[in-house]
Design a protein around this ligand. Structure first.
Ligand SMILES: Nc1nc2c(ncn2[C@@H]2O[C@H](COP(=O)(O)OP(=O)(O)OP(=O)(O)O)[C@@H](O)[C@H]2O)c(=O)[nH]1
Length: 203
């Protein structure tokens, strides 16, 4: 595929405490696997996946950051150019949920004010060990104006949905920006029958 062979390019960055499953979510989505004995991420890693949404090629550049505190200064520098952030916690780990306000402060400080943030509660396959109720997380995400989704990287539950819904959101935002910035020029893809809003099911 040549460099230009896509209609949209978006940068998505995963953040959140160590061990919540960021790497596994990325691997599940990009490679369709749940890696055994996944070690902690050192610094930052990235993967690319191109998806087709309503006939358009969307290239997703997915950055997986280390959750460990000691890498924080490295990972912060990746926020700025992110189109979207996936803020992840582990539903079986109260501590990872309690740290969310700290992560939101990081976002406020380092990310663009246009960034789309999705809150993800991972590891729902471990339902019997749940420490954070869905209702609590939903209330938190609503108060912070974030989308919320629960996933299992292990069971491949909602992982595809997470990234594809996010891509749809990003396309929708990009189109709106094009409209606002250049009202007279035709939208990319105008004339095609596109119903991109129909695949945005966060709420
Ligand atoms: N049961 C279950 N375990 C998971 C799931 N996702 C990740 N894990 C496990 O959780 C541990 C941490 O997963 P990682 O993907 O490395 O977590 P991370 O957030 O990338 O961690 P850092 O790289 O240290 O920031 C591993 O032992 C995974 O096997 C899930 O959906 N269900």
């Amino acid at each position: 595929m040549s460099m230009e062979d896509y209609d949209f390019l978006f940068k998505i960055v995963l953040i959140g405490n160590a061990g919540v499953g960021k790497t596994c979510l990325v691997r599940r989505f990009t490679q369709g696997l749940f890696p055994p004995g996944q070690g902690a991420t050192i610094g930052v890693d990235f993967m690319i996946k191109t998806v087709e949404i309503n006939g358009e090629k969307v290239k997703l550049q997915i950055w997986d950051t280390a959750g460990q505190e000691r890498f924080r200064s490295i990972t912060q520098s990746y926020y700025r150019s992110a189109n979207a952030l996936i803020l992840t916690y582990d539903i079986t780990c109260e501590e990872s949920f309690r740290c969310l306000p700290e992560w939101l402060r990081e976002i406020e400080q380092y990310a663009s004010n246009k960034v789309i943030t999705v809150l993800v509660g991972n590891k729902i396959d471990l339902a019997e060990r749940r420490e954070v109720s869905q209702q609590r997380a939903e209330e938190f995400s609503e108060a912070q104006d974030m989308y919320y989704l629960e996933t299992s990287a292990k069971e491949s539950d909602n992982v595809e949905k997470l990234f594809l819904d996010l891509a749809c959101r990003l396309i929708s935002e990009a189109r709106q920006n094009t409209l606002v910035n250049n009202v007279s020029s035709p939208l990319p893809g105008e004339g095609k029958s596109i119903s991109y809003l129909t695949c945005c099911n966060f709420n």
